[in-house]
Design a protein around this ligand. Sequence first.
Ligand SMILES: Nc1ncnc2c1ncn2[C@@H]1O[C@H](COP(=O)(O)OP(=O)(O)OP(=O)(O)O)[C@@H](O)[C@H]1O
Ligand SMILES: [Mg+2]
Length: 262
Amino acid sequence: MSVLLKVDGLSIAFGGLKAVDNLSFEMNEREIYGIIGPNGAGKTTAFNCITQFYRPDAGTIMFNSKKQGMMNLVGLKPHQIIGHGLVRTFQNVELVASLSVIDNLLVGAHIAFETGIVSQILRLPKAKNEERALRGRAEEVLEMLELSHIKNQLAVMQPYGHQKKLELGRTLMMSPKLIILDEPAAGLNDVETAGLMDIIKKVTKTLNCGILLIEHDMNFVSKMCDRICAINFGKLLAIGTPDEIKSHPDVQEAYLGKTEEV
Ligand SMILES: Nc1ncnc2c1ncn2[C@@H]1O[C@H](COP(=O)(O)OP(=O)(O)OP(=O)(O)O)[C@@H](O)[C@H]1O
Ligand SMILES: [Mg+2]
């Protein structure tokens, strides 16, 4: 099994607050890996550091890039990270309200376009071919997400479960090696959550990619993840299988403020 992501000694402070404090963990290729912790534990901040939305104060983030193998991501720009095969979603759904479902996938994929803006405007043959290829890819992604039947409808009119799937779809347009999901099941009902779980698992298998996710719902994390890293106050509490994490006394205390089954 080879390593896909290795975070080592990651730290960032805002003023005096150590939001992420010497955090280290690693995940393997094709693994579904979870990060849990109470509100304000530093989960989103850790993701922002990994994806270089924030520049960490210390630490290395080694990633097995699809372009150049193991490399440190620290110092790259967020859009450069995507080219190496690491893509993310945000904690809140961010779709373009005025566009259809399929067009939301296509705008997300503009980074994958190699043709310059001029040839796109002039609609030169290369740009046309690329657009056709992207459209084909978008159709495949919609198929995978079971959203083909609503592809021409406005994204914003869709139920929240569809919108969350569509966000995942935008990452799939980039041919990722690692997808980072911030609370993919937040706001979903039980049926939508179960549907999303199935789709995430299917996607991982089909695309051979890893998933790193934050989720509050312990049930979701336990069912989804091969391994979990629990953090609190920016610091690592424990790493283990879902069962190990659920029965870990420090995790129980951090989650509930008391030591009983979570
Ligand atoms: N840009 C920022 N400036 C200042 N403080 C920040 C910033 N981003 C996060 N923080 C602080 O860092 C800490 C960790 O926040 P973070 O959003 O990473 O937590 P989280 O684990 O994702 O929480 P939640 O479960 O509520 O999403 C919090 O105390 C937060 O207020
Ligand atoms: Mg968060």
